[in-house]
Design a binder for this molecule. Structure first.
Ligand SMILES: O=P(O)(O)OC[C@H]1O[C@](O)(CO)[C@@H](O)[C@@H]1O
Length: 559
């Protein structure tokens, strides 16, 4: 039975209607309710008392999870069933962070030894590069890493890199080293990536699961050309073998590109692109830059959260709770977008990564069996670290439409500062906002209150806050490699929970294919027109032809 036909679904619809008049300001007065709407794991505290839910709502959401067979689908994921039915693939990113002694089967084969053999290879290679045993072809140490990749082969690694940049252990381990990312096929991104780098000290890591992605392959050719034309007195083969390595599932295409077989770090088709953060996709650049131990701690954190997700009952299970609340807010309360608001500057690329994990996974219009979903699945995710976001889009989330918000924060800072004579450490000033903002969203400021404060009548409507805007708060002890892994896994599993409940396939991404095909057609037409002077009116609609003609006439031939 489709999930929207179940009694659990109907009950939630009715319940949502009955809660329409309820206001968070009143709901927050119930201390027992507030105490019940929390969960804890390893010092991570989830407080979801500012969600527009009661204990009854949660029970009904747990019933919905049961009706959707959430537990069965989760077990199928962890046991290597081919739950990505449109691609015939297992979804086993949890195996990427499993300990050596674990057993996780795909097609009857334990994949954990393969995972650890690549991790061992990364540990060895990164140690040789970092110690200067593996050098550039002119004998210089390789201090700079440029990691080329896009989408799932870029956003996760960059999120992890930024999260650890100022973490004391990671910072110490990366002194004198540079890690940059090259994703966009815009040549400006190449220029930004290589600016100030000495090619003789630069190692390029080409990251592409398929090794066919147009953007990544052009950037890889561009970087190869940069290395070969800038390093003098060495052959192209010598330069390529010492300065380019690759992370991919396709050994053949990587070797055709000229990379030594010894310098390929593999992964497997049971790892989806946006779920590949714990494969060599991130582990290699992170280990090269911060050292392998830091990368291992990150994997351990993600594994810790896998265990929590797999074993904890729903009421204490952070990803399950967050996934069900996402379904509640979007499907039953009608809030199609949510804000990701980490109170940590180190998480400046968190929202971008989770946006991809969530929107590429659950942005679907059909159920797993191909039937059209009679509700909007997927949510828009957007965000910025606090307090920068407060001075940008918070106006809208306080007084415009309603956007449920995920607040994230840390009890201690990666870089504490206490100025002489200042009463509070800088981190506490920062975190005061983390505690204040959810209450501003939840509680109202009424016209009557404003009147009592002496605000003139004409001015009151502008200062009214309707409140009743849901949020949740995730408070971690500190941001280090381990907790960064936990955070990643919470959000990966949160997305899976939503997809499981909605009954769709969160692990394919057919929606990105058509654009790639059309871009290929445009590229061919532009190149033919530019080289042989033809026009671009054939095969395109009048609008696209006009735009392309204008582009060709205004500088394309020169750039
Ligand atoms: O790693 P690849 O094969 O270059 O693919 C890059 C990305 O492109 C996508 O296929 C589509 O955006 C992602 O799923 C993937 O992570």
């Amino acid at each position: 039975m489709a999930i929207h036909e179940t009694a659990a679904w109907a009950a939630l619809k009715e319940h949502a209607a009955s809660l329409q008049g309820a206001h968070l300001r009143d709901m927050m007065r119930d201390e027992d309710r507030c105490a019940a709407l929390t969960a804890e794991r390893d010092g991570i505290l989830l407080d979801y008392s500012r969600q527009r839910v009661t204990n009854e709502t949660m029970d009904m959401l747990f019933n919905l999870a049961e009706a959707a067979d959430l537990a069965g689908k989760r077990a199928a994921m962890f046991t290597g069933e081919k739950i990505n039915n449109t691609e015939g693939r297992a979804v086993m990113h949890a195996a990427l962070r499993a300990p050596r002694e674990a057993t996780m089967n795909v097609d009857g084969k334990n994949v954990v030894p393969d995972v650890h053999s690549v991790l061992d290879k990364i540990e060895d290679f990164s140690a040789r590069v970092r110690s200067g045993v593996f050098k550039g072809c002119t004998g210089k140490p390789l201090r700079n890493i440029v990691s080329i990749g896009i989408g799932g082969s870029y956003l996760g690694p960059e999120f992890v890199f930024e999260a650890l940049k100022c973490e004391p252990a990671a910072q110490g381990a990366s002194t004198g080293r540079t890690l940059r990312f090259l994703a966009n096929v815009d040549p400006v991104d190449v220029s930004r990536a290589i600016s100030g780098l000495n090619p003789e000290e630069t190692l390029v890591v080409v990251v592409s699961k398929t090794f066919t992605t147009a953007e990544t392959m052009l950037n890889a050719r561009t970087m190869k050309d940069w290395l070969i034309t800038s390093i003098k007195g060495k052959t192209a083969a010598e330069i390529t073998s010492q300065h380019i390595v690759a992370v991919s599932t396709s050994d053949k295409l990587v070797q055709d590109f000229g990379v030594d077989a010894a310098n390929i770090f593999g992964f497997w088709d049971w790892v989806g692109g946006r779920y590949s953060v714990c494969s060599a996709v991130s582990v290699l650049p992170i280990a090269l830059h911060y050292g392998f131990d830091i990368a291992r701690r990150f994997l351990d954190g993600a594994h810790d959260m896998d265990n929590h997700f797999l074993n904890e009952p729903p009421r204490q299970n952070i990803p399950v709770l967050m996934g069900l609340l996402g379904v509640w807010n979007s499907t039953f309360l009608g809030h199609g977008a949510r804000a990701l608001l980490p109170y940590s500057q180190a998480l400046l690329r968190f929202a971008a990564h989770i946006q991809q994990v969530d929107m590429e996974s659950n942005g679907k219009r059909v159920a797993q069996d191909g039937s059209v979903l009679p509700f909007d699945a997927g949510e828009i995710g957007f965000g910025e670290p606090g307090t920068n976001g407060q001075h940008s889009f918070y106006q809208l989330i306080h007084q415009g439409g309603v956007f449920p918000a995920d607040f994230g924060g840390y009890c201690t800072s990666q870089c504490p500062v206490l100025l002489e004579g200042d009463p509070v450490p800088n981190h506490e000033e920062f975190m005061s906002n983390f505690f204040a903002q959810p209450d501003v969203l939840a509680y109202a400021k009424t016209a009557e209150e404003l009147e009592k404060e002496g605000v003139p009548e004409w001015f009151r409507p502008h200062k009214v806050f309707t409140g009743n805007r849901p949020s949740l708060s995730l408070l971690f002890p500190k941001l280090d490699a381990f907790s960064c892994g936990q955070l990643l896994a919470i959000y990966e599993h949160r997305t899976a929970v939503q997809g499981f409940v909605w009954g769709l396939n969160s692990f394919d991404q057919w929606g990105v294919e058509l654009g790639k095909k059309l871009a290929t057609k445009v590229r061919t037409a532009l190149s033919t027109a530019r080289t042989s002077g033809g026009d671009v009116s054939e095969g395109f609609n009048p609008s696209t032809s006009t735009l392309m003609t204008y582009y060709l006439a205004n500088g394309a031939s020169k750039s």
